[in-house]
Design a protein around this ligand. Structure first.
Ligand code: PGA
Length: 242
C-alpha cells in the first residue's frame, strides 16, 4: 500500500487527479470505477481542467460507478447519476454509452444487481477504482456488518449514513433508505484502488481501516488485503497515523 500525504483537500485532489490522468494517458481504454460524495469533487474538477486543456483524453474510457440510491429518478439532484454528470461527465469528452451507474429505479432490483456485475465483467473488470470512505468505514454503500458482501446488491442504509447524507436533502426523511452498491468482492477485484480521504473527522476511521484488524464492522479494512492500493489523504485525515 502506498500512502501519499498531502497538505490539504486541494493538494489531495490534484495528486489524485494526476494518478487518474496517468492511468488514462498510459491506458486510454481503461475502465475507471468512480465514486460520489464530497471527497472526489475536487479531483473531478481537476480532471475536467486537464481534459479542457487537451492533456487528458477520455474518448475511449469507460466508467462504472460504485452505487446509486434506490427510488430516486436520474434527474433528481441528489441521484448519483445527476452528481456524475454535473461534476464530471458533462465536462469531459467521455462517450455517453461508456458510462454506467446502477439503475436505482429498476423494477427488478435483484436483476439490476446481477446485470451490473455482468456489465463490469463484459468490460474486462475495473482497472482503477476510486473510493471515498464513510465515517463508519463504508466503501461504496457497503455498511458495517457481520460479513463482507460479495457482489452488487441492495443495501439498507444505516442510520449513521442516512444522517451523514441528510445534509444534501431538505429533510432527513427524504434520504432514501436503500441503495444499490457494488459489493466488497466487486471492489476487491479492481486491479488498482485509489482511496481518497480528507479531514480530521475521518482520521480515526482511516487509521482503523488501514491498521486495525480486518473486520466487516469496518468494511474498508478489507483493503489491507488488496495488492495494489494507493491512499491519497491530507494531513488532517492522516493525523491519527503519521
Ligand atoms: P464523503 O462521503 O466523500 O461525502 O465524505 C464518502 C462516503 O460516504 O463514501
Amino acid at each position: 500500500m502506498k500512502i501519499f500525504k498531502t497538505r490539504d483537500y486541494n493538494d489531495m485532489s490534484r495528486t489524485a487527479a494526476n494518478i487518474v490522468s496517468a492511468q488514462v494517458i498510459l491506458f486510454p481504454k481503461s475502465v475507471l470505477g468512480l465514486a460520489t460524495g464530497d471527497t472526489p469533487i475536487g479531483m473531478y474538477n481537476q480532471l475536467a481542467k486537464k481534459c479542457d486543456q487537451g492533456d487528458v483524453d477520455f474518448c475511449a474510457i469507460k466508467t462504472v460507478n460504485l452505487d446509486e440510491y434506490v427510488g430516486l429518478a436520474r434527474e433528481h439532484e441528489q441521484s448519483y447519476y445527476y452528481f456524475m454528470w454535473t461534476h464530471l461527465f458533462n465536462k469531459i469528452n467521455i462517450k455517453r454509452e461508456n458510462v454506467f451507474l446502477p439503475n436505482g429505479q429498476a423494477n427488478d432490483l435483484e436483476k439490476e444487481c446481477s446485470d451490473y456485475e455482468a456489465i463490469i465483467e463484459r468490460m474486462g473488470g475495473i482497472d482503477l477504482q476510486v473510493l471515498g470512505i464513510g465515517c463508519n468505514g463504508h466503501i461504496g454503500f457497503n455498511e458495517p456488518s457481520s460479513a463482507f458482501t460479495k457482489n452488487t446488491h441492495v443495501v439498507n442504509l444505516t442510520e449513521s449514513t442516512i444522517s451523514a447524507n441528510s445534509r444534501f436533502f431538505d429533510k432527513k426523511e427524504d434520504v432514501p433508505k436503500r441503495a444499490v452498491s457494488m459489493g466488497i468482492g466487486t471492489i476487491m477485484q479492481a486491479r488498482r484502488i485509489l482511496l481518497l480521504c480528507s479531514g480530521k473527522q475521518k482520521s480515526e476511521i482511516l487509521y482503523q481501516s488501514l491498521y486495525a484488524d480486518i473486520d466487516p464492522i469496518i468494511p474498508a479494512s478489507i483493503l489491507q488485503l488488496h495488492p495494489n492500493v494507493t491512499v491519497v489523504a491530507d494531513q488532517d485525515a492522516l493525523s491519527a497515523i503519521v
